[in-house]
Design a protein around this ligand. Structure first.
Ligand code: NAD
Length: 498
């Protein structure tokens, strides 16, 4: 059995007695054991990080960026290996696994611009003989806790800006798919990152709580489910740490009567069922406006959903989506589907009997489509995180907008229409962080920022883009006067510019 330890001080170290099983979701087999850190393991990583960080912070930002440049090359070199390891533990298809790596790599590329992003501001002659300037300095030892669904992208979204800014970073990845984060750490070492600047501490709540309580750790980034995001935000903040915590989602796609119905149906199928619906930006609720639109949309969706190909990543590019991550996730998705039926929704495409031939023990879930879902049903209020699309019929645009606005989550949303006025009104009024217009998954690119609103985000600064350089630095502002500007005698009232 493969044993996965921790990455500490530039090398893989064994864990202690506690471990978790890592499954191959396609076969249902346990393929590795991952170590679960104790608070002593975490403390060791922090001690190493704290010792290494000052030299890294003193390394000029261009040199730090060059390590990231080399890292990008190595990611390209090992792309197939990374994608295979990712698919084997997560279950997503190989092209989707490559996308996971590439969306992370793009943020690394953005962070190569650190020398520019870290430049401060300067005011010449802010007063008589006085200059004022600001600088962005690293926080010190920083940490991040990441979810299972993007084991390459989300760690890179955190550690690339953190280390580009001169911090040390401790990553606590998901215990479901820890191999890729360990591979990323090894590649950064190969790229020339000094030991101790990026470390991986595998684990569960014990490791997370040790991070939240450790006095040396200055900031915590979190991405995962909303209850844990809220918990981490509260505990990290109570301990005086800077925290940005991103939570779950229930993304609505509004389909207006004037939308191109084929385009809308294609978009819904990709965004609802890609990665088996295990994306925080998946569309899980379709909201057609008007009965006729709803009927036309359902008519287009049914054959598309029935034709979806489910399978293991090894089956090649023909597969649309793979298994869900664990047996427990599969059970929970089936439980929620049953609540939908019990509470009166119409199950238009029923994937409950889906069996993957030759992979009967895998965690496969067939595609499901519900119609006539209402606001009070569990399948509407809860994030299912599986291949289940719900349709809520709205009578008017205002009612559709209200649905997206009243939902407790506010990660992403989309509208499909040919009407510029409606699209503009929607983008302006909806209280959701990321909005797509005729585009179902509006994940901003690396140089913009990513973040939801409402219960999808706790904190203020978003991930990547310029916000990341703010989150991983603090501003120091210097007011300087040299002898020729100094007047004789003390000044006793607050200086103001007259
Ligand atoms: P999760 O909340 O179960 O786990 C996330 C991390 O928290 C893992 O590292 C895990 O070990 C840790 N954790 C779990 N339980 C904990 C506890 N009780 N105390 C302390 N730490 C704990 O999430 P997941 O199942 O890995 O990921 C799926 C969720 O992540 C979905 O809700 C999805 O919407 C969300 N997500 C959000 C975004 C975003 O940017 N908003 C992006 C990706 C995923």
């Amino acid at each position: 059995m493969q044993q996965i330890g921790h990455w500490i001080e530039g090398t893989e170290v064994n864990g202690g007695d506690r471990h978790a099983e890592v499954f191959n979701p396609a076969t249902g087999e346990v393929q590795a054991h991952v170590a679960l850190a104790t608070s002593d393991d975490l403390d060791r990583a922090v001690t190493v990080a704290a010792a290494a960080q000052p030299d890294w912070a003193a390394t000029n930002p261009q040199r730090r960026a060059r390590v990231l440049m080399k890292f990008v090359d190595l990611l390209h070199r090992d792309m197939d290996k990374l994608a295979e390891a990712l698919s084997r533990e997560h279950g997503k298809t190989l092209p989707d696994a490559k996308g996971d790596v590439i969306r992370g790599l793009e943020v690394v590329e953005f962070c190569i611009g650190a020398p520019h992003h870290l430049k401060g501001e300067f005011t010449d002659s802010a007063g008589p003989g006085i200059d004022m300037y600001s600088m962005r300095q690293p926080l010190g030892v920083t940490a991040g806790i990441t979810p299972f669904n993007f084991p390459a992208m989300i760690p890179m979204w955190m550690f690339a800006p953190a280390i580009a800014c001169g911090n040390a970073f401790i990553l606590k990845p998901s215990e479901r798919d820890p191999s890729v984060p360990m591979m990323l750490a090894a590649l950064l070492e190969e790229a020339g990152l000094p030991k101790g600047i990026l470390q991986v501490v595998n684990g569960d709540k014990v490791a997370v709580d040790a991070i939240l309580d450790h006095p040396v750790i200055q900031s915590v980034g979190f991405v995962g489910s909303t209850p844990i995001a809220a918990y981490i935000y509260e505990r990290a903040s109570a301990n005086g740490k800077r925290a940005q915590c991103f939570g779950g989602a229930k993304n609505h796609m509004i389909v207006m009567p004037d939308a191109d119905m084929d385009q809308a149906a294609d978009a819904l199928v990709g965004a609802g069922f890609g990665a088996a619906g295990e994306r925080c930006m998946a569309i899980s609720v379709a909201v057609p406006v008007g009965e006729e639109t709803a009927d036309r949309l359902i008519e287009k969706l049914v054959p598309r959903i029935e034709a979806l190909k489910v399978g293991p990543y090894t089956a090649g590019d023909d597969v649309d989506f793979g298994p869900v991550v664990t047996a427990a996730a599969k059970t929970n998705i089936h439980r929620l589907i049953q609540t939908g039926i019990d509470q009166g929704a119409e199950l238009v495409v029923d994937g409950r009997d889906f069996k993957m031939q030759g992979y009967e023990d895998g965690f496969f879930v067939g595609a499901h489509l519900f119609d006539r879902v209402t606001k009070d049903m569990d399948i509407y209020t809860t994030e299912i995180f599986g291949p289940v699309l719900s349709t809520v019929r709205a009578k008017t645009y205002e009612e559709a907008l209200g649905l997206a606005m009243d939902h407790e989550y506010g990660n992403g949303t989309a509208i499909f229409t040919r009407d510029g006025d409606t699209a503009r009104d929607f983008a302006k009024r909806v209280n959701v962080g990321m909005v797509g217009i005729n585009l179902p998954i509006p994940v901003p690119l690396a140089y913009h920022t990513f973040g939801g609103w409402k219960k999808s985000m706790f904190g203020d600064l978003n991930q990547h883009g310029p916000d990341a350089f703010k989150f991983y630095t603090r501003t120091k502002t210097v007011t300087a006067r040299w002898p020729s500007g100094i007047k004789e005698g003390g000044e006793f009232s607050i200086p103001v510019m007259e």
